[in-house]
Design a protein around this ligand. Structure first.
Ligand code: ZN
Ligand code: ZN
Length: 252
């Protein structure tokens, strides 16, 4: 047994790894954050899904577009998510977001990578991409201590070498939490809440911005960010999130 393996075994005995959701004991810390039972309940999004917003669909080919996208024009070009924001996806993200389960970062970053790999930008020259997180207002950052989207963006940058600008966008307005708002209220709440960081002025021409966040619900926040990026010259804006709601206008 190598020294590393002995150390790992020792750590497992000292701090028995448990499932992030149900706290069942796991065999080892090495492989997973979830037990087999919880893992089975995670709903990974697979095709068919809407070509534009990534909404899971019951049927259709690679060119299928959902009803919401036929009725609404988005400022982003494509959005993809790894899992459905159902009971399990929501629990995991809330645990990560509110700090008690920072250990989930690695697994969630892998899920975000899975969403990125489904985007058309997955195969383009990396030098034409800029990876950026949705920003928090500085007062919220003080309260939460970290921006979960920025942590994930950093991980993606390390794994993929896609150039990353963690401070590309600034949230200039302290918006209300979107959680309990309907679609129109959400749109109004985030309207004009973001600006491009001036140090990137003129840098977005011919670039595709890969915008990352934890959840896509109505897409209002991501759409507002994409509006700013477009206005500042971005060629395309692609969105990747860990999870998304199963219904385009669900406000969960
Ligand atoms: Zn479990
Ligand atoms: Zn759609």
């Amino acid at each position: 047994m190598t020294f590393g393996a002995v150390k790992e075994k020792f750590l497992d005995i000292l701090f028995p790894p448990t499932c992030a959701l149900c706290e069942a004991q796991l065999q080892t810390q090495k492989h997973a954050e979830l037990c087999g039972n919880c893992w089975q309940l995670v709903k990974f999004i697979t095709k068919p899904y809407c070509k534009i917003c990534g909404l899971p669909l019951d049927y259709g080919d690679d060119n299928q577009v959902c009803l919401g996208c036929t009725q609404n024009k988005h400022n982003f070009d494509y959005a993809r998510a790894a899992v459905v924001y159902g009971a399990i996806g929501k629990d995991l993200i809330l645990k990560f977001k509110h700090g008690d389960k920072i250990s989930l970062q690695k697994m969630l970053a892998n899920w975000l990578l899975r969403a990125i790999s489904e985007l058309p930008s997955a195969n383009v020259d990396k030098s034409s991409l800029i990876l950026a997180p949705v920003s928090l207002h500085w007062t919220r950052l003080l309260m939460r201590k970290y921006n979960q989207a920025a942590l994930l963006a950093k991980d993606i940058n390390v794994k993929t070498k896609i150039p990353c600008a963690l401070d590309l966008l600034k949230r200039t307005v302290m918006t209300k939490s979107q959680g309990r708002l309907g679609l129109n209220q959400r749109r109004a709440n985030v309207k004009n809440a973001f600006q491009l960081n001036l140090k990137y002025k003129g840098n977005l021409c011919n670039k595709t911005v890969l915008l990352v966040d934890d959840v896509f619900t109505t897409g209002s926040t991501l759409n507002e960010c994409a509006k700013v990026l477009r206005r500042e010259g971005a060629k395309e804006v692609h969105v990747a999130t860990i999870a998304r709601t199963h219904h385009p206008w669900a406000a969960s």
